[in-house]
Design a protein around this ligand. Structure first.
Ligand SMILES: *Cc1c(COP(=O)(O)O)cnc(C)c1O
Length: 472
């Protein structure tokens, strides 16, 4: 999809629509000097060149990539009008589109037809809304989450004044069921937060078992699927799926949970500013009740501002997601499905290569599309692994011929030893390892090059005479 021609088409269409309302003279105060615009734009574009190449498969670091052209065109067209999805009066078309995309996202998790939800500024806001509802329902009961859950849960519980229970994670970063059971039996837990795809290594908590345990104790379950939620597309029972059987089972179990946060601005091809919260029980809308003297005058239908903690929200975000899902539907076999499947295959392929590599070793097998690994440093000690990983990260990025961008993850030394480096001398409590989120389908063909390049850097680093100790 070639962006420029569609951008012109969108701008022209909106300008024509504007013209249909009758001509008026723009105010002089709005005029901008053409020379000044040229000059400032030049400087602006130059400054943007300071970015890392998120669009290119050589960027294999954090969860970052540009939006799909459909999202850009959809966003731009609506942004020229700038509807505010706070109320239907702020922009009836994008308000209606928001309800449609929310319904589709609810369908992704087999939530009921009348599930309540809306778009948010991102995963943080979506999770905050879920925890806010958790507090309204159980003001005196704690929220339990795993030690490997996103840090936002502890922070937002603090904001809301909610007690928390941190539940230990297992060696791969999944919430331990036995520890959760202990927590539920010894503490007044009102809600448990499970993660469908942890931000660090991308593992899915045992949601099926947790949901059953929680139901038996009258505890609510909120799913933080900000990063991993879209993989539920590939969790169907039939046909071949690049997801493992247990991953599919746990993603399907989201259907029985009380709320879900999902980020279209991560795996949904959207620009930043697009998260979503979904509630199974539409009755929770009562907690948002408020009277605003400013809005809500043209319709008796539900205004999304009535069920959202945020007030003004971009109608353009809803429009962008709507257009994207029309072009690339939420289906396993076309649209978004094959994009996600390619990322999963890329991660598995790289993991296989790391497994048999001479100078590199995988930290953990990828459950979704995050690959983690470390250099086989000598001496066989945590400090050596840590320093070699940091050096490799730098060296790959600084290579002027063929730069490659990874990210670094700090892991527990005991876990590192247990998972993948038996006999490792534990001379430090934590170590940095390398982490790559392979979230672009183009990574599938690029993995051989990624692996060769990283192996070459590892060889150079590991053959260097002993570096200054403590150089990090
Ligand atoms: C990214 C992420 C968040 C935070 O979402 P933002 O969109 O960055 O606000 C929360 N939880 C998980 C699991 C995430 O991956």
């Amino acid at each position: 999809m070639e962006l420029s021609s569609y951008l012109y088409k969108a701008v022209d269409a909106i300008r024509q629509w504007e013209a249909s309302w009758g001509a008026f003279a723009p105010h002089d105060a709005m005029a901008a000097d053409a020379g000044r615009v040229e000059e400032a734009l030049g400087r602006y574009l130059e400054r943007l060149e300071g970015n890392y190449p998120f669009f290119h498969p050589r960027y294999a670091g954090q969860m970052l990539k540009p939006p799909h052209p459909a999202a850009v065109v959809g966003y731009l067209a609506a942004m020229l009008i700038n509807p505010n999805n706070h109320a239907l009066d702020g922009g009836p078309p994008t308000g209606a589109m928001e309800k449609e995309v929310v319904r589709r996202l609810a369908g992704l998790f087999s939530f009921p037809e009348d599930a309540l939800g809306h778009l948010t500024g991102g995963g943080t806001m979506a999770n905050l809304e879920a925890l806010f509802v958790a507090r309204q329902l159980h003001p005196d009961r704690a929220v339990a989450f795993s030690a490997d859950a996103h840090y936002t849960h502890a922070r937002m519980c603090d904001v809301l004044g909610l007690a928390t229970v941190e539940v230990e994670a297992d060696g791969e970063g999944r919430m331990r069921l036995d520890r959760l059971e202990e927590a539920i039996e010894t503490r007044e837990v009102g809600t448990v937060v499970v993660t469908a795809g942890t931000t660090g290594v991308g593992v899915v908590d045992p949601i099926a078992e947790i949901a059953a345990l929680a139901a038996a104790h009258g505890v609510r379950v909120h799913v933080d699927a900000a990063y991993g939620g879209f993989f539920a597309l590939l969790a169907g029972e039939e046909g071949s799926s690049p997801l493992g059987a247990s991953t599919r089972r746990h993603l399907r179990a989201i259907a029985s949970c009380d709320s879900v946060a999902i980020d279209p601005h991560k795996h949904g091809l959207q620009p930043y500013g697009c998260g979503c919260i979904l509630f199974r029980d539409p009755g929770v809308g009562r907690f948002y009740k408020h009277d605003s003297p400013y809005t809500y005058f043209t319709s008796n239908e539900l205004h999304l501002g009535e069920i959202s903690l945020e007030c003004s929200r971009p109608g353009a975000a809803a429009g962008a997601l709507w257009l994207t899902l029309e072009v690339l539907p939420l289906e396993p076999g076309r649209g978004l499905g094959p994009i996600l499947a390619a990322s999963l295959r890329a991660a598995r392929d790289w993991h296989e290569r790391l497994h048999t590599a001479e100078l590199l070793a995988p930290y953990q097998a990828p459950e979704l599309d995050i690959v983690t690994f470390f250099p086989r440093a000598r001496p066989h000690a945590v400090s050596a692994v840590d320093e070699a990983a940091a050096a490799l990260f730098r060296r790959a990025m600084d290579d002027p011929e063929d730069p490659l961008f990874l990210s670094v993850l700090r892991v527990d030394a005991g876990r590192l030893a247990a998972a993948s480096a038996p006999g490792l001398h534990l001379d430090r409590p934590t170590a940095r390892v390398l982490r790559s989120v392979l979230m672009k389908p183009e990574h599938e063909r690029y993995v051989p090059h990624l692996h060769e390049t990283v192996s070459r850097h590892a060889a150079a680093i590991l053959s260097e005479p002993k570096r200054r100790s403590g150089s990090a």
